[in-house]
Design a protein. Sequence first.
Length: 550
Amino acid sequence: MKKIISILLILVLILIPIGVSAEETQPPAGDQTQTTPGGSEGEGEQTTPPEQKKIKAVVSKTEFFRDAEALVTVSVASNPGLKNFMFQIDYDKENLEYTGFTLDKSVFTGATVLNEDPIQIAGVTTSDNEVTGVVIGLKFKAKETAAVKVGYKVEINTSASYVYDLTDTKASFDTEAGYAMVVCKTHTYGEPERKEATCTEAGYEKKTCTVCAEVNETPIAAKGHTVLSWNEISVSTCAVAGEREGLCITCNLPVKETLPLNDHDFSEWIEYRAPTLDSLGESRRTCFFCGFEEVQNIPKLVTSVTDAQSGVTMIGNDGLTFYGDTIFSVRQALFKDLDENEKNKIKGLVESLVGKQPYSKYSVTFTDANGLPAVLEGTVTVTLPIDESLKGVVVVGVANSNITVLNAAVGGSLATFTLGSMPEEFYILCDEEEENIVKTFQNIFADEDGNVSTAGKIAGWVIIILIALVLLGLSATLILLGVHQQKRKERLAAAVQTQTEFKMETEAAPVAPIPETVQEEQSAEGVSEDEDYDQTVRQMVLDWFDGDEM
């Protein structure tokens, strides 16, 4: 009995705190308050969680040949916040055969295939909660029952799939179905359908594939009217277009055409404002018929002009300026390329210049932008490139007799000279000796036009080097002969000196008396010794001079 009472007491003690806590948590009826975000008490406000944007999954639309595989992709196209998902893919099993998948985990690192029948794929975003991209690629083949040009549906089964958002709540999502469609690898066209073009309407040629019903249409342009005889209704001017009419011989309909405007009949250009070195000028011309006025700028004046092709530069002196639109052209011709009349003309101009021969002729023209000759007065300095091999170059023989060369100078590969007025032609002259040995031997290998190939230049230099070596050898031989001759002379002089000194010593020595017998013997021996001595000296001299007589 005591044990039963003890158990009951324990249960009462346990139940009392539970009841108290339940009473504390329940506010009195009719006195319910709610704390606002600001901390004040007020009426209860019901707040709803923010609406989650829907996630969108898309299945691609794929065309493929019957003997190939279709790759249909499943992608997450819109992802405002996705934690994980599972998609079940349904497809037309009667016409498509599932053959496998490709999985790329670069977008969804946690992507995997859970099942292949039915196809179930799952993905988890671990690095980026809002990542989008392809989840999986599904491979299909067409069955024999699959028709051509029919899209067999491949889609996500929304009732068997789910998506969880960032709050771990199952979220709704949108899907876009795709398909796999068999197409013709090579079309088989039937008889073409053709509509002929008319004068005003285009036609076409249409071909339809008998397998997939695809249409291939080629347009045919309208022919346009054909009019043999025109009747001019009004004449065109430079201000008003004229009109003509005729009858089309193809469609038998009247045709009207607008005639083009005539060109303006302009006056000559009149300078209204002259150009200066700092400002543009202005010129105008007026149409005599309609009075239309055309205006153009005159470029600023310049003090020099250069012909880009020839490299010739002309600089005006004494205030001479060129119009900025002056067209300056130079044509150079080598003397050997000129015809006989030109050659005779140049020779006549320069025959008084001793030791000079024509080298080239320059023809100079100055015109404005309209092709009219430019009249220029005053002296001009001309600078032009020349052949570096030329020596003693002068510039003379300009076409106009009143043009004189005030000075001329050559430096490196440039010739500079000043003319009394603007030239139309001038000539480059050179010394006869300018045709140096290098150029002479190179010209041996020149073609008919005087051009020397690289091989010809090399051959010319080889000949020159050989000649130089021969000349060098001859010079060395002559020098050695001279040295040898000088030594011979020195030896001869030394031998003569030795012989003279020897005779002088012999004559100056005292002779002692000797007995007659001895004297006769010495006398006979002495004659023999003198002859031997003379013969020895003579032989020495002959040896020194290689056998030459003294």
